[in-house]
Ligand binder design. Structure first.
Ligand SMILES: [Cu+2]
Length: 260
């Protein structure tokens, strides 16, 4: 059950079948453990039963991290805009307390003017920003204007890193995997993120554990995420999309070292 739960379920083992029914079809995922690891777990469980091994220590509880200055700024702007909207609604609601004459023609005229100016603003914003969308046909780092490109593929339940594109499950065995990602401070890196099965989330956290950047890892798409990493330290990477029973195991990290 620890090593190959799917095989045991497929066999129709009576105890496992009962468990699957009891937990409404939520099954234990195959964790990809090797024989030695399975034996170590069994030995550990036997040790707990025999009282020779202490049960696992309780999970580490972290203090709530401080908001980053940029996150705090966004939060304050959001609060300010919300307050303005509430004030406008309150003013409009209070203005209806006393009945008064409304010129329908003038109201429609104002609506038309507002609609046209919104259209002009939207077209202007699109025309100035769309040509700058950073999707160069040339896939190199130089063409993308970044120092490094790292390909990331999510799958149940791991992140696979490589310097070469990973598009399909076959690529996983073919391309050299990066088992440790180390970058120098000040590096601008472009993560090209995809998924080999279901949708996952690529969430990059800073050394103080605030979220730094995130994008979805979607099957059939490559999402580009550009980040400049200035602070040295360990950057945890967690899956930000509940992707099945082993979701909590789906974590990785990269290290940023001070540039010499
Ligand atoms: Cu997940």
């Amino acid at each position: 059950m620890i090593g190959e739960p799917d095989a045991l379920i497929a066999e129709g083992d009576p105890v496992v079948t009962q468990l699957v029914e009891r937990y409404k079809g939520i099954v234990m995922p195959r964790l990809g453990l090797e024989a030695g690891q399975v034996e170590a777990i069994v030995a550990h469980l036997r040790g707990i039963d025999a009282g020779t091994v202490a049960p696992a220590a309780p999970a580490v509880v972290y203090a709530k991290p401080e908001m980053m200055p940029s996150q705090a700024r966004v939060w304050h702007v959001f609060l300010l805009i919300s307050a303005v909207i509430v004030l406008v609604f309150a003013a409009v609601a209070l203005s209806t307390a006393r009945p008064r004459e409304v010129s329908v023609a003038r109201a429609y005229g104002l609506r038309k003017a507002l609609f046209l100016s919104a259209m002009v603003a939207a077209i202007g914003v699109l025309a100035t920003t769309l040509p700058r969308t950073p999707y160069a046909a040339d896939a190199s780092a130089a063409a993308a204007g970044v120092d490094r490109i790292i390909y990331v593929a999510g799958r149940q339940f791991e992140f696979i890193w490589s310097d070469e594109p990973i598009v399909s499950a076959e690529d996983v065995g073919r391309v050299p995997r990066l088992h440790q990602v180390e970058l120098a401070t000040g590096t601008t890196v472009e993560f090209r993120v995809t998924s080999l099965d279901v949708t996952h989330g690529f969430g990059l956290y800073g050394p103080q554990r605030q979220i730094v950047a995130q994008t979805q890892a979607m099957p059939g798409y490559v999402n580009r995420l550009r980040v400049r990493l200035d602070a040295p330290g360990e950057y945890p990477v967690l899956c930000l999309e509940y992707c099945a029973a082993g979701h909590h195991r789906m974590r990785s990290s990269l290290t940023v070292r001070r540039a010499p």
